[in-house]
Design a protein around this ligand. Structure first.
Ligand SMILES: CC(C)(COP(=O)(O)OP(=O)(O)OC[C@H]1O[C@@H](n2cnc3c(N)ncnc32)[C@H](O)[C@@H]1OP(=O)(O)O)[C@@H](O)C(=O)NCCC(=O)NCCS
Length: 427
């Protein structure tokens, strides 16, 4: 029973293989468990279940470590761009200058959205949430752009299409929601500068690109680019495992990300801070409310994997300070957030449960400083997470061990009973 975990059930003993990852992660391979014993495992929320072997992102929730393809998030945030990090995630290594140039050209070449798609945008109700619009539009891309072929070059074009068009569509939906003229992407601008320009340029007031804002947006997207098997990535892999087209799998990821327990938290954090500000509440009273009311949560706090400060939150906080210091008026929400953080991390309720600020706690302040409207916050997260979804989808497609996702359950419903005709059911 070398390198095997021994499992004893009643009189029976079986050996289950132990798998070890390159950073020492250990897992028990239970694939033969049911066929050998008749048992399955029970793990709601899959918190203890490895669903794949992955070489994309490494995180250690106890130590607060996050690396993409082995490179620490801090180094990428400091030195890389979102486009370069996307290349790294999708291709597994940093590009040469020539490869990076070619990738950037490809993103520019595919940045326009089919004009017919504008009719879709124009007919959504004005109050439709941009995340709902984005997931529908990404799904619709399939009808405007060819099916994913098998040749690697062609697949790369589809990846570039998604990365580039989602950014254009996001800005387009904002412009249309305001009843303003759509601004087209420009070949001379970098990926984030192009986005800011499409969002804020107008015929009456040309947008002046601020390089600090461009840098901040690069960092914001790098920090969101992948996070191993989170809810939306698991959704992309699960839907992708049915071998649907890539657009449908990404659209499913966008829907999952929308949820307030996941990407939607960045919008909810700011709403919570605004409530404190508008109602002149004390941050302490919010913390007390969280402790009193079981179902009321402090948004931007806690994480399934991190049991210490989320390394992304540290970078985001520094960036929030830098951007807010440049604003003509200080954002009062930053001060409220800092006070709230200070009270919460020193409170026994949060300490005992190891609840620390996550990436969303300060990301809203960064987005506000960039002028991004509240209902676009989760869309900003979605643009950032795209390279992660694409690389995870690709890894799953190429993995010989990948299978159709099909979890089991433990049935706890009625035992066999028979159909009763309606006239015999009483009143
Ligand atoms: C992210 C999150 C869903 C992780 O949840 P999880 O791993 O399933 O953790 P649980 O829901 O089991 O919570 C464990 C305990 O901490 C508490 N808790 C977790 N997050 C909390 C929060 N943000 N505020 C208050 N209490 C929280 C739970 O009530 C639970 O308490 P209990 O042991 O007394 O029942 C959760 O922390 C959360 O809802 N956070 C707020 C939303 C958010 O910021 N999401 C963005 C994540 S990047």
């Amino acid at each position: 029973m070398e390198n095997k975990a021994r499992l004893i059930i009643g009189e029976k003993e079986i050996g289950l293989p132990i798998i070890e990852g390159t950073e020492g992660d250990k897992a028990i391979d239970i694939r033969a468990l049911r066929s050998q014993t008749g048992y399955i495992t029970y793990d709601p929320g899959l918190a203890n279940t490895g669903v794949c072997k992955s070489s994309i992102t490494y995180m250690d929730g106890e130590k607060g470590i996050l690396r993409y393809r082995g490179i620490p998030i801090e180094e990428l945030a400091e030195n890389s761009t979102f486009v370069e990090t996307s290349y790294l995630l999708i291709n597994g290594r940093l590009p040469t200058q020539r490869e990076l140039n070619a990738f950037s050209v490809m993103l520019n070449d595919h940045s326009l959205v089919h004009e017919d798609m504008r009719h879709f945008f124009e007919n959504f109700p004005r109050r439709a949430h941009p995340m709902g619009i984005l997931s529908s539009m990404v799904n619709a891309l399939r009808f405007f752009y060819p099916e994913l072929p098998d040749e690697e070059d062609e697949i790369n074009i589809t990846f570039a299409r998604l990365l580039s068009k989602v950014r254009t569509m996001a800005a387009m939906s904002y412009k249309i929601s305001r009843g303003h003229k759509v601004v087209y992407p420009r070949h001379d601008l970098s990926y984030p500068a192009n986005f800011l320009n499409m969002m804020f340029d107008s015929p009456v007031k040309p947008y002046i690109i601020d390089q600090d804002n461009v840098k901040a947006l690069n960092v914001f997207w790098i920090l969101h680019a992948d996070h191993e098997q989170n809810c939306s990535t698991a959704a992309v892999r699960l839907v992708g495992s049915a071998r649907v087209n890539l657009y449908a799998a990404i659209s499913a990821g966008i829907c999952a990300l929308w949820g307030p327990l996941h990407g939607g938290a960045n919008q909810r954090v700011v709403e919570q801070l605004q409530e404190i500000y508008r109602q002149n509440l004390s941050p302490k009273s919010l913390v007390e409310k969280v402790k009193r009311e079981k179902n009321f949560r402090l948004m931007g706090f806690g994480h399934r994997v991190y049991k210490t400060l989320d390394p992304r939150a540290k970078i985001m906080k520094e960036m929030a300070h830098k951007l807010v210091s440049k604003l003509p008026e200080r954002d009062p929400l930053l001060d409220i957030a800092m006070e709230l953080e200070d009270i919460a991390i020193n409170d026994p309720y949060f300490r005992e449960r190891k609840l620390y600020p996550n990436v969303d706690f300060y990301s809203g302040i960064v987005l506000r400083a960039l002028g991004i409207p509240l209902n676009m916050f989760t869309v900003m997260f979605a643009i950032g997470r795209l390279p992660g979804w694409i690389s995870q989808w690709k890894e799953d497609r190429d993995d010989p061990e990948s299978r159709l996702y099909r979890p089991r359950q433990i049935y706890v419903g009625e035992n066999l009973r028979h159909y009763v005709p309606i006239r015999e059911r009483g009143s």
